[in-house]
Design a protein around this ligand. Structure first.
Ligand code: KMH
Ligand code: ZN
Length: 275
């Protein structure tokens, strides 16, 4: 089994300092959280950015500022900027970080409920996102919140509308209104992807670690972070993303799985070495 790739989703677009004061907004706070995660064992940082007041933004300039500042502190880390942004943003707004030619970026694989909202990813939008990733040589991380999202993106890959094999999937389970974060559902989704693909499990809220454990033993990878969960354990807020990553590292150690460095993760994900 390959080593475990841990992704830290350090910021997200929805969580606030009112919910956990450690949620980063400013460039300095985002860099601090990225570094704490990498120091704890994360090979990848999934990145959303905010204005200083916490407003989510997909501004190319803000992404550039944050990405440059993170690379200064963590030169080897794999950054996966979000093209999901926040619910209600336009496709053009969301695509801005792809203009910075990141080695990877998220590509959301279908419309779904998102709590009280609807997270819109129509077929024409996804074709535009796929075209951009192909043109800019960006490897997508395919975000699947529902079973149908896998089928949708595999069909698009067959038609050459999005980058194809080897594909990296992120199963985001437990978003209110979407597929629940159960082991059965995780197995169901893992069994639906082509051989040779890589995958990550993301459990939302109280399911963050209960989904991490099966992913570790099944040979998948794990995402944790404030975007998905603010608590280290029931009733205990995490003081940093690093604490959440460190808990996954402890679980992996107990279960006998090594932790991939960013360089090792690049090989596992079939990315070019970063120069
Ligand atoms: N903020 C969510 C509506 C992604 O990063 O691609 C979407 C999201 C997915 O976070
Ligand atoms: Zn995200």
């Amino acid at each position: 089994m390959e080593k475990l790739i841990i992704t830290a989703a350090i910021c997200g677009a929805e969580v606030t300092k009112e919910q956990n004061p450690a949620v980063p907004y400013t460039v300095e706070e985002i860099v601090k959280e990225a570094k704490a995660s990498v120091d704890a064992g994360a090979a990848i940082v999934h990145l959303h950015v905010r204005e200083d007041d916490g407003t989510p933004t997909q501004s190319k300039a803000r992404f550039k500022e944050c990405i440059d500042a993170i690379y200064k502190e963590c030169p080897d880390v794999i950054l996966i900027p979000s093209t999901g942004g926040a619910v209600g943003m336009t496709a053009e707004e969301r695509l801005q970080p792809t203009e910075l030619f990141p080695e990877m970026a998220t590509l959301d694989c279908g419309t779904c409920n998102f709590g009280d909202d609807v997270f819109e990813n129509t077929m024409p939008m996804m074709r535009d996102f796929g075209k951009r990733m192909l043109e800019n040589d960006i490897k997508p991380e395919y975000e699947c919140f529902e079973m149908g999202h896998i089928d949708t993106i595999l069909n698009m890959a067959r038609k050459g509308q999005v980058p194809g094999a080897p594909m990296q999937f992120n199963f985001v389970l437990g978003v209110p209104g979407c597929t629940p974060a159960t082991v059965n559902n995780l197995c169901w989704m893992v069994n639906a992807i082509p051989a040779g693909s890589t995958w990550t499990a993301t459990g939302i809220g109280r399911n963050a670690f209960t989904l991490a454990a099966p992913a570790i033993v099944m040979g998948g990878n794990v995402r944790v972070g404030f975007e998905d969960n603010l608590y280290l354990e029931r009733g205990v807020l995490a003081k940093s993303n690093g604490e959440l990553v460190a808990k996954v590292v402890r679980l992996a150690k107990e279960l006998g799985r090594g932790i991939a460095t960013s360089e090792e993760a690049r090989r596992i994900l079939n990315l070019k070495p970063r120069i």
